[in-house]
Design a protein around this ligand. Structure first.
Ligand code: URA
Length: 307
């Protein structure tokens, strides 16, 4: 690590300590600010590529104040367009529960969701309620749209083609599915009456009816970072917006104090296989990794870069 990187790391650590103590602003002279603006954005590169990097453990208590303060600028590289910030989804999370109470509450929530009959048309067509998968202690939560046919069949989110791509993305980050949590805005597959195949987007009513279960899941999981996969996930978490994912992606948003990164849905990457589109999602994931203080190695830095 160069002297500059050591200084940068020490400065970031100091600022994060201050933020954890509730300090939201620090005075900076205009000369220092000019100096900082001249420095290129840097990220720490771990010395050797590794295929599986343990995620640093969850901090014992990450305060709502720390979460509310502005996330750092995208460390991966300059954003291609000016940041677009949607109004933060309001409120803060309830206090964390003790581990045993959390486990019991998660189980009770999953039982309630699995027995849900709020959308009679979906109850009639569903094979399974797809509650979510992963660890309730995850630092990172992925949110998708709704189960498809494979997910309905197996009762697990993101197991079809798009899901397999999501799994690869998670693995490329050096993680596996049981180190994160994966859920959807809708827990039942949107029905497709009169059609033997295909999917449809959830309606606004279905989303409004189902999303409280996800809110409760998030209250319990209390992830440090969330990723919204595609427009429906962004809408379900932050509300309807006229700004499309193409402009939102790469720019941090806030869901009840939790930093949220919108990115393309993996199904989009299956339809559009251009390396440039894969790279965009990958840059969003590196931004997420940086936020979680996960190391990024040389190999990871280079994924989907066209020469
Ligand atoms: N697409 C989603 O949004 N969620 C799934 O679980 C599967 C595919």
């Amino acid at each position: 690590m160069s002297a500059f990187d050591r200084l940068l790391t020490a400065t970031i650590d100091h600022l994060e300590d201050l933020r954890n103590q509730g300090v939201e602003f620090v005075p900076v002279s205009s000369r220092t600010l000019d100096e900082l603006c001249r420095r290129p954005a840097r990220i720490t590169v771990s010395p050797s590529p590794s295929s599986s990097t343990p995620m640093p453990p969850r901090k014992p208590s990450s305060s709502a104040v720390a979460r509310r303060s502005e996330p750092p600028a995208n460390p991966v590289g300059p954003a291609p367009s000016p940041p677009i910030t949607l109004p933060a989804a309001g409120g803060t999370l309830p206090p964390a529960l003790a581990p045993a109470a959390k486990e019991a509450a998660f189980l009770a929530l999953s039982k309630r969701a699995r027995a849900c009959t709020r959308c009679p048309h979906l109850v009639r067509s569903r094979k399974n309620v797809v509650f979510g998968v992963g660890t309730p202690d995850a630092r990172l939560l992925f949110v998708g749209e709704a189960p498809g046919a494979d997910e309905d069949e197996q009762g697990e989110p993101f197991v079809g083609k798009a899901g397999q791509l999501l799994t690869k993305i998670i693995q490329a980050m050096g993680l596996d599915r049981n180190q994160v949590y994966i859920a959807n805005i809708l827990k039942c597959r949107p029905d497709t009456p009169g059609q033997s195949a295909g999917n449809r987007k959830p309606t606004s009513d279905e989303m409004a009816t189902c999303v409280p279960y996800l809110h409760e899941q998030i209250d319990l999981i209390r992830p440090e970072v969330m990723v919204a996969l595609g427009a429906t996930a962004v809408e379900g978490l932050l509300g309807k917006s006229s700004v499309g994912v193409a402009r939102l992606r790469g720019h941090w948003q806030t869901y009840r104090g939790i930093p949220l990164m919108p990115t393309y849905h993996p199904a989009y990457l299956l339809r559009n296989q251009a390396p440039s589109e894969k790279r965009k999602v990958w840059e969003d994931m590196m931004t997420v990794m940086t936020r979680l203080k996960m190391p990024i190695n040389e190999k990871q830095l280079g994924y989907f870069l066209t020469k």
